[in-house]
Design a binder for this molecule. Structure first.
Ligand SMILES: Nc1ncnc2c1ncn2[C@@H]1O[C@H](COP(=O)(O)OP(=O)(O)OP(=O)(O)O)[C@@H](O)[C@H]1O
Ligand SMILES: [Mg+2]
Length: 445
């Protein structure tokens, strides 16, 4: 993409309405525009990151054996009356009436709809286990939408639902989700710690929330500092291996880590004092096992091998896809702007032309652009007729992890400059070397 032809409405002023860094930076970098309270348009740069996050979520779900589909945003109230949640959900549910006077709602979550699909088609234990998921917009009429996409009213969520014959099978599905989520967040450059949480309106005793530590987080969290030493890394996982998935769950959840809702001061005090941490965190996902709550209410049953009709065991598992943009920026920025982890960056690298209109410099930039594109990468080429300082400021603000700077002086010596956004370190290398290094960096991402 050439910046002269792109739509990147960068703001010079810091927007007064934004209270936290991620919100300010998303507005300043031209990623989102508020449409109304808690509802945003995703401008091209923000949309690219949103799609990358979605892609990582999809890849890791599919790797775990879960099946993608898509359910609608608008749902009939009838199913929610069947489960009893139409009245329970309260003011957060946006209710609408269609022209025939039928009650509808903009889905805040999808347990009812998916359970209805399940009961319509699945009759036998032989069709289990089954995990279906989708990535779809949700609406919750939050009383105080704030912090930009962090607490929106309309937001994008991945929500998955497992259907199993027994509690043990459903707990394996729970563990599988925990493993897949650990991988997902790490690929985005995030450490998200599974913490024991509260069931809330979805219900259930087994539930973990995934929290990214950040001072601006809305949840108070209590944990043993040893949990932050754990990383999943690139270990091989067989998602059908019950013991292996259980082992990962044990490893990541055996130390004390809880949100304020489940915090137990007496237990916490048993941890050696120097390891006790009280901090704040951003909830980027949650997994639940809730047994037969919805299958009982909605009659989602299968015939088992003894010809008995039994309700299936279920769980649901959510990732805040749009909230993740805010969480990643909170975890990775400096006073100049965003610093995208390579896994989610909107463009793989920037190219800055220091002397637009100079034939040799323009030609070298065009060659670089072509070479990177041929290698399957997506560069953003700043080909505007602007001062170098303004070009650098834009690149720093939008946070591409790598920048190649091309100017007549360097070209005379056969070099361009390759700069890391994170460290600020630059090296002078030939254009071919710059391309080779960028290709290498993104090889496994
Ligand atoms: N209003 C929102 N805006 C953006 N993302 C949200 C919002 N509400 C929930 N999410 C994201 O969707 C994920 C799954 O939804 P879940 O039902 O667990 O949310 P929740 O526990 O009600 O969230 P919260 O406690 O932050 O209100 C959450 O972990 C969070 O990342
Ligand atoms: Mg939650």
């Amino acid at each position: 993409m050439r910046l002269s032809r792109y739509f990147l409405p960068v703001l010079k002023e810091t927007p007064a309405e934004a209270q936290i860094a991620s919100h300010r930076l998303m507005l300043r970098a031209g990623m989102i525009k508020q449409a109304s309270a808690g509802i945003y348009s995703w401008l091209p740069l923000g949309y690219r990151v949103l799609k990358r996050i979605e892609q990582i979520v999809n890849e890791e779900q599919i790797r775990a054996g879960h099946i993608p589909m898509l359910m609608p945003t608008l749902q009939s109230a009838d199913l929610w009356r069947e489960s009893g949640r139409y009245d329970d959900y309260g003011e957060e549910m946006l209710r609408v009436t269609d022209r025939h006077g039928r009650d509808m709602l903009y889905g805040p979550t999808n347990e009812e709809l998916i359970t209805d699909i399940f009961r319509s088609y699945v009759k036998s234990y032989k069709d289990l286990p089954l995990t279906l998921y989708h990535i779809q917009w949700k609406f919750r009429d939050e009383i105080r939408p704030r912090f930009g996409v962090m607490r929106g009213r309309e937001f994008l969520m991945k929500d998955g639902y497992n259907f199993d014959l027994t509690k043990d099978d459903a707990l394996h599905a729970y563990n599988r989700h925990l493993v897949a989520y650990l991988r997902t967040y790490e690929r985005m450059g995030l450490q998200a710690i599974p913490m024991r949480a509260d069931g809330g309106p979805i219900g259930g005793d087994y539930t973990h929330e995934f929290l990214v530590l950040a001072d601006t987080g809305e949840s108070e969290v209590f944990y043993d500092s040893q949990v932050t030493d754990l990383t999943f890394g690139d270990r091989e996982i067989d998602y059908d291996d019950v013991a292996q998935c259980q082992g990962v769950l044990d490893e990541f959840t055996s130390r004390y880590a809880r949100t304020d809702e489940t915090h137990d001061a007496a237990l916490f005090d048993q941890i050696p004092e120097e390891r006790r941490r009280v901090a704040r965190g951003i909830e980027v996902g949650q997994i639940f096992y809730f047994g037969t709550k919805y299958s009982d209410a909605l009659g989602a049953t299968v015939i088992n091998d003894k010809q008995e009709q039994i309700p299936v065991h279920m769980g649901s598992h959510g990732i805040g896809v749009s909230r993740l943009l805010g969480a990643i920026i909170e975890a990775s920025h400096d006073d100049k702007g965003i610093i995208w982890p390579e896994g989610v960056t909107p463009f793989h690298c920037g190219i800055v032309n220091l002397r637009q209109g100079d034939a040799a410099t323009d030609g070298a930039c065009a060659d670089l652009y072509a070479a990177l594109t041929r290698a399957g990468l997506e560069p953003l080429y700043d080909d505007r007729d602007e001062r170098a300082g303004a070009k650098f400021a834009t690149m720093d603000l939008i946070g591409l992890p790598w920048r190649i700077t091309v100017g007549p002086r360097g070209l005379k010596n056969g070099v361009v400059e390759l700069t890391s956004r994170k460290t600020g370190d630059s090296v002078e290398v030939s254009a071919e070397d710059a391309v080779a290094r960028i290709v290498e960096i993104y090889r496994d991402i």
